[in-house]
Write a protein that binds this ligand. Structure first.
Ligand code: ARG
Length: 479
């Protein structure tokens, strides 16, 4: 191979992340070959001895990967052949191709990172629920069109994000289901005429089941698309949270303040405290969306049967996992330490007309005014007050306008109707911001988060059990 060609086509720089997975897959494969009488117990003993050494060397950092060997598969196999000799080592690659091998490694790797992502998202959701519980009565403006709409609470806002993250957790879980299938034994494209046992290798790696069809196995990358798509949704959600944090921490809003640990200064402006964690999350979400497009574009023209194009599947997936896990870790810290400026939020609500709907609804409920007419009465009152640069705090103007509309009432009643916290407390419709509903939703969302966490823990235990079982088989064969 020409030097330029070798440098251009190598994949070690990308698949060196999968050394442990390549060894695991090789151990399972060798055990199966022996069980099926394809290699001898003596062959197996030599192969496993050197695979175990490779594992120990990898764990201690002593396994030196050789770039000239192109990929992780050749590196692991060469380690075994050099140690065990060509007669024994040369039997490891029986009834296997790098086409099913790379997919085996990749599925093992992605499976672990999906669980890691789920755990990280569970952590963020827990943190946000904690913040919600602190602020079920902290009034803030609820926005539509970036304009004050109706009063809500910080607890209501925080639980909205958690509510969306529970769907992200479901998407990650669904991707796991598609990832956790065993491709090994599909070989290059058409299986093999040797008597392999695909169920056994699947079991030794803790896969949910065998991915059956050899041609489909070696051709498909949709398990990566599904995973990356779930990551993209997570990042889009985090980007929207970040957008809120960026604006709300500005001097114009001053509704929240990020802890110093999650901001950065400026090299020239001594006063600066920049919300970089949030800005970078918006930026990195753009990259992850790009990663998803890159992966889809890489796969879209590959006819069935492995083509080398498919080697380009991994870089966008690795990048997306790295960025998403980084965003989750950083934003968990930022959210957990966020200072909520309750007085400022309340002042913003009081300085504008977010409670207008409360007044209109009171005309409906207490005075039988048709809603459209109530809307007109309050709309015209808001017009009068804002032209005079006043707010609903101008009780005499409010009482006068209501009197003109034939509504007899008093200052105390109007004050209660227009109180934002009292108003929020009355928003008791299902899923609304009343403290009672938010308390209920915190409990329901918390139960969802707990269930997701238990589900990940259960799957992680299954994977660990498979790894332990394989360790036992290896130890028995090597002795
Ligand atoms: N590095 C390759 C990949 O990531 C592994 C499979 C190579 N197969 C081959 N026939 N060259 O896709």
């Amino acid at each position: 191979m020409a030097a330029a060609m070798a440098a251009y086509t190598e994949s070690l720089s990308v698949d060196s992340r999968m050394v442990a997975e390549d060894i695991w897959g090789s151990q399972a494969h060798a055990i199966m070959l022996c069980r099926q009488g394809i290699i001898s117990a003596e062959d197996l003993r030599h192969i496993l001895t050197w695979l175990e050494r490779a594992r120990a060397d990898h764990e201690s950092g002593a396994f030196q990967l050789k770039p000239e060997l192109e990929d992780v598969h050749m590196n692991v196999e060469r380690y075994v052949t050099e140690g065990a000799g060509a007669v024994f080592g040369g039997r490891l690659h029986t009834a296997r191709s790098r086409n099913d091998q790379v997919l085996t490694d990749c599925r093992l790797y992605v499976r672990a990172r999906l669980m890691e992502t789920e755990q990280a998202l569970v952590g963020l959701a827990r943190t946000m629920l904690g913040r919600a519980a602190e602020h079920i009565e902290t009034v803030m403006p609820g926005y539509t069109h970036s304009q004050h709409a109706q009063p809500i609470t910080v607890g209501f806002w925080a639980t909205a994000h958690v509510s969306a993250w529970l769907r992200d957790l479901r998407r990650l879980r669904a991707a796991y289901e598609i990832v956790n299938l065993c491709p090994l034994g599909a070989c290059a494209v058409a299986g093999t005429d040797l008597p392999i046992d695909r169920a056994l290798t699947a079991e030794l790696m803790g896969f949910g089941s065998v991915q059956d069809h050899a041609l489909d196995v070696t051709s498909s990358r949709d398990f990566l698309v599904e995973s990356l798509s779930a990551l993209t949704m997570v990042m889009v959600g985090l980007s929207r949270l970040s957008e809120e944090l960026v604006w709300w921490s500005s001097h114009e809003f001053r509704m929240v303040e990020l802890d110093d640990a999650y901001t950065s200064g400026s090299s020239i402006m001594p006063q600066k405290k920049n919300p970089d964690c949030a800005e970078l999350t918006r930026g990195k979400a753009g990259r992850v969306i790009g990663d998803l497009m890159a992966l889809l574009t890489v796969t879209k023209s590959v006819s069935f049967g492995y083509s080398r194009d498919l080697q380009e599947d991994k870089p966008p997936v690795w990048a997306a996992f790295d960025q998403t896990l980084g965003a989750l870790a950083t934003l968990t810290g930022a959210v957990g330490t966020l200072r909520v400026k309750a007085e400022r939020m309340r002042a913003l609500v009081d300085g504008n007309f977010a409670v207008a709907t409360q007044l209109a609804n009171w005309l409906v409920a207490a005075h039988g005014v048709p809603f459209r007419h109530a809307h007109e009465i309050v709309g015209s009152l808001v017009g009068t007050l804002s032209r005079a640069e006043r707010t609903f705090a101008d009780t005499s103007t409010v009482l006068a306008a209501l009197g003109e509309a034939g509504i007899a009432t008093d200052a105390a009643t109007v004050a209660d109707v227009l109180d934002p916290l009292a108003g929020v407390r009355r928003q008791t419709s299902q899923g609304g911001p009343s403290p009672a509903e938010v308390t209920r939703m915190i409990a329901a969302l918390g139960a969802g988060v707990d269930a997701a966490e238990q589900d990940v823990a259960h799957r992680a235990a299954e994977v660990d059990a498979a790894r332990e079982r394989l360790r036992g088989e290896v130890a028995a064969a090597v002795d």
